[in-house]
Write a protein that binds this ligand. Structure first.
Ligand code: NAP
Ligand code: G4F
Length: 324
């Protein structure tokens, strides 16, 4: 059977790994890409798949472009990964964040409803929706209390996906993914900021690393493992919502230590705490319980934090060396 998928956010970290996974499975992969003034396809090139993806220009704020992309691609699966995904930016651009991360989801669902061709839908929901958590592991029944305009916008995306499933019988699933990282992570996120800095310090190109709240705890997994869970959700007879996490939680400080120790450096010699990098409201701890995804999807995380961090540091050392 010929299978085709349309991926919004294909130029992002998850989009690149998901495109690679689907191409490996024999899918025809269409990438829904926003027009930008400079090149955004470096991740697809790093994975060697740029020329295998068929690109369609569009933007999540423009419903007509989503409709056109669905028609042109004849996709049977739509993965909505596009978002303003950086939490800190959501306090500076809350309206844009809501337009893309909340209403953008509704626009995808409306396009699917209108076309009525049975397209299966994946929504990139997030553990940021849990926000102010009590002291237990978060699962699909945990109460939401988002702490940022990003988390609030994503919560709308989550509920409108549930609502269109219940109202119109769409095959629409939410993956509630905890933080996941990789060598393709954007430099603004803390793990990649740290591994890039470690590489530069090791190679004599930088001396300090400025961070905000290093006591925050996150449940960090590898993006390459997590895109498999996205695909599995759309292969189920019934759509549903799933937490995807490792079940382990560590502080930013723990993560930094692994990165510095990997290259024989001492974190305390280089770390500067900068109060400007603290957020107006913080998510202090995220700790997921992926039992449902394990039981129903047969999904397992394969990469632990130490291996993930070492993989990222090694990739950044190679990159920084190649800069000359
Ligand atoms: P990312 O690297 O920041 O990628 C975001 C993607 O969205 C990029 O391709 C970007 O395109 C695209 N995009 C942004 N605004 C758009 C618009 N208006 N129209 C069309 N495309 C637009 O994010 P990621 O880490 O891969 O995450 C993928 C999704 O999962 C996001 O929805 C994120 O919120 C969610 N999520 C991520 C994590 C995580 O830990 N990574 C955890 C839970 C949920 P450009 O390249 O042109 O900017
Ligand atoms: O790496 P972060 O920016 O990721 P955050 O805010 O947890 O969001 C990521 O994961 C979410 C899933 O839970 C996604 F939905 C979202 O799209 C994104 O992918 O920050 C992690 C922690 C925070 O507590 C932050 O305050 O690291 C802390 N931190 C400390 N210093 C820093 C820094 N974060 C960044 N980005 N930069 C710092 O200098």
């Amino acid at each position: 059977m010929n299978r085709s998928a349309l991926i919004t956010g294909i130029t992002g970290q998850d989009g690149a790994y998901l495109a690679q996974l689907l191409l490996d499975k024999g899918y025809e992969v269409f990438g829904f890409v926003a027009r930008r003034s400079s090149d955004t396809r470096w991740r697809l090139r790093e994975l060697g798949i740029d020329s295998h993806v068929k690109f369609i220009y569009g933007d999540l704020v423009d419903e007509s472009s989503i409709m056109r992309a669905l028609k042109a691609s004849r996709a049977t699966e739509l993965y909505n990964l596009a978002a303003q995904s950086f939490v800190a930016t959501s306090w500076d651009q809350p309206v844009l964040t809501a337009e893309v991360d909340a209403l953008g989801v509704l626009k995808c669902l409306e396009a699917i409803r209108e076309l009525d061709t049975g397209v299966r839908f994946y929504q990139a929901s997030t553990s940021e929706m849990f926000g102010l958590v009590r002291n237990q592991q978060q699962d699909e029944s945990t109460v939401f209390h988002p702490r940022s305009p990003y988390g609030v916008a994503k919560l709308y995306g989550y509920w409108i996906t549930v609502n269109y499933r219940e109202s119109f019988g769409l095959h629409a699933s939410n993956g509630i993914l905890f933080n996941h990282e990789s060598p393709l992570r954007g430099l603004e996120f803390v793990t990649r900021k740290v591994t890039d800095a470690v590489a530069r310090i090791k190679l004599g190109k930088q001396t300090e690393l400025r961070l905000g709240n290093i006591d925050a705890r996150r449940d960090w997994g590898f993006a390459g493992d997590y895109v498999e869970a996205m695909w599995l959700m759309l292969q189920q007879d019934k759509s549903d919502d799933y937490v995807v996490a490792t079940g382990e939680t560590n502080t930013v400080r723990d993560m930094c230590r692994i990165a510095f120790e990997h290259v024989g450096l001492n974190l305390e010699d280089h770390l500067v705490i900068d109060s400007k990098l603290f957020r107006p409201a913080e998510v202090d701890i995220l700790h997921g319980n992926p039992a449902k995804a394990k039981a129903c999807l047969g999904w397992q995380p394969k990469t632990g934090l130490p291996d993930l961090v070492r993989m990222m540091v090694d990739a950044d050392i190679r990159r920084v060396k190649s800069e000359g």
